[in-house]
Design a protein around this ligand. Structure first.
Ligand code: SF4
Length: 206
């Protein structure tokens, strides 16, 4: 069992192998070597190096949207997918415009595509936000399939719901980055609830 989240040594960050705890994942030397081998695979090498270089290039200067655009341009992508939540449709339009200004072709698909009522895929009517009414399901599998059909080279997830994002990642052929993680309560800043987990959010987390 690995417990990096509770490690007080963090020997990995200071390259001090002597001090690592007994259950340190770095004890798995064969696994670690295999991970290194996989970074060198043709489908991973350039992507990983390019993504890692961004950290230094825009360190504490570039916001995530800028990093995302730079990653696309430096990877030579010309056609990207934008899978977005209806609740962020205004933001999707802004992002679409910024990507286009950077010279990218953008294929965008909203979460409600298909227009299928939630009950049709097994969600009980009483578990809708507004029971008794038509409520279109989020359709992340269709979002991924449509972007696959359009052969996007890279996909951007914008505000997809928790779990729906997981299904989008699962079915997307292209690699995915998340530009916005949906959090209706914090203005899409999930870290706020973490920072305030012992304060304002204390009674709302568990
Ligand atoms: S990898 Fe090892 S040294 Fe690093 S945080 Fe995890 S347990 Fe600690």
């Amino acid at each position: 069992m690995y417990t990096c989240a509770n490690c007080t040594v963090q020997a990995c960050s200071v390259r001090d192998a002597e001090k690592r705890p007994k259950n340190c994942p770095m004890e798995q030397e064969a696994l670690m070597a295999e991970a290194q081998r996989r970074y060198q695979l043709p489908e991973n090498r350039d992507f990983y190096v390019t993504a890692s270089e961004l950290e230094a290039l825009g360190y504490c200067q570039w916001p995530r949207i800028k990093e995302t655009i730079e990653l696309c341009l430096r990877m030579g992508y010309t056609k990207v997918g934008l899978a977005f939540c209806r609740g962020l449709r205004k933001e999707a339009k802004v992002v679409d415009g910024l990507l286009r200004r950077a010279g990218l072709e953008v294929i965008s698909v909203i979460c409600k595509t298909g227009g299928v009522d939630k009950t049709q895929c097994g969600i009980p009517d009483e578990h809708k936000v507004h029971p008794g009414r038509y409520e279109p399901m989020c359709n992340p599998i269709a979002q991924a399939m449509l972007l696959n059909e359009q052969q996007t080279q890279f996909n951007i997830a914008l505000g997809l719901c928790v779990g729906h994002d997981s299904m989008f990642y699962k079915y997307s052929d292209a690699l995915v980055t998340t530009l916005v993680a949906k959090d209706r309560v914090t203005g899409h800043n999930p870290a706020a609830a973490i920072y305030c987990s012992e304060g304002y959010f204390k009674d709302r987390l568990l």
